[in-house]
Design a protein around this ligand. Sequence first.
Ligand code: PLP
Length: 483
Amino acid sequence: MSSVKFYQQENQVPLEMHKVRVVQKLNLLPVEERLHAIQEAGNNTFLLQNKDIYLDMITDSGVNAMSDMQVAAMSIADDSYAGSETWNRAKAAIHEVFGVDNVLPAHQGRAAENILAEAFVKPGSVALMNFHFTTTKAHITRLGGEVVELVHKKGLKPQSDDPFKGDFDLKALNKAIDEYTPERISFVRVEAGTNLIGGQPVSLENMLAVTDICHDKGVISVLDASLLQDNVYFMKTREPRCKYMETKEIYHLLASHFDIIYFSARKLGFSRGGFIISSDPKWTNQMMEFVPLYEGFLTYGGMEVRSIEAAAQGLLESLDMEYISQGPEFIEYLVKELDDYGVPVVKPAGGLGAHLNCSEIVPKLPHDQYPAAAVGAALYIAGGVRGMERGTVSEQREPDGTERFAELELLRLAVPRRVFTLSQIKYCADRVKWVWDNREIIGGLEWTNEPKVLRFFFGRMKEIGYWQEELVKKFRADFGDSL
Ligand SMILES: Cc1ncc(COP(=O)(O)O)c(C=O)c1O
């Protein structure tokens, strides 16, 4: 965004340094139809149809707005199976942003995780990380590996003013490497902009300390850079040593310290696809054979060439503070609106989206009635806003079938980059406030169909009782015939 000061301070809002030139019509159904739609979707917001959604805040992945430069780049895509110019341009962009030349393609972030896991995870091995991401963990455990989370305990405190809640607990990392022994450790993974604890960043100092520990002890260090763009914004604005560093300097420094960096270009790159990079060819060589096996030839890796062109340009735009600040500043605005009203929301504002703390919104609902999914259904009914459950539904059951209760029951309201206007963010805040004021009505959910793997994607649930019909009645009483 910009550092433009408004004449009347009370009118100060985040000011976009871009304008909208292509628009998409949105649809807001009447509340009765919203009730029908969420019930048809088994109370799983993933199963809603986009035509039934007013604000799609389920994810920031693959739904960011492209720039004019990205659209232009797509028109020169060189479509060939092997050795396309598009691939060379992508490599050049990665060289510019990260300063490295060893690059493997994958069709998206989780495909990069699959390759990483295939190359380094063995049965009985352990991957240490600040916090897991759903697909990362699924790939590791599928191959018989174990995930151990070592986020600093400040990260699990929903409300605080700590600027870097995604930081690794360095003492615990040292201890874990010694106890498990370096031979058993597949890799140590730092997730930038830690997704499941509220898009919380990791400081540069902490990331570099992790890589130092890994180098000293001889274990592989990996950076999941999918959310690095937001993380770099927070480093620049919250970490004194980064204030005067160029964004590019930060990206380069990280790439020179981590053994392997992978990312989803659906996020970092404003496009589609995924990449795995390294400053040392020995790591990419170890993973290379899996790319043609699972993804496609080494110069497209399952990506469509136009997406590669868009990602290459999008990566260059990830260096531009005027672009990369838009998401975090809108999120901060939304978080402040909600917090000022008393809605429990993860603080400080992170990247990716605002995160409602559902354990406090519906404190009487136990984990196994899925408070975050229930609040997600309520918010869709209230305003056609689609969020994503990031609580117990997003966990995997233990091998013995018992529920693994989430540390945090969050409803994530993602803010795709460069997509929404500020009035839409204000509308979202308004409907969340209404849900908060009517929280006593919200009841629990129970499974009607629970898949074994990644159940949050396809699982179906139903309301316990008739609280959703009650909520619709209350909406009509409060809003009359408004949509
Ligand atoms: C931190 C992180 N890693 C990996 C992924 C997987 O990326 P993709 O959705 O492109 O498969 C995501 C997606 O949300 C993510 O947030």
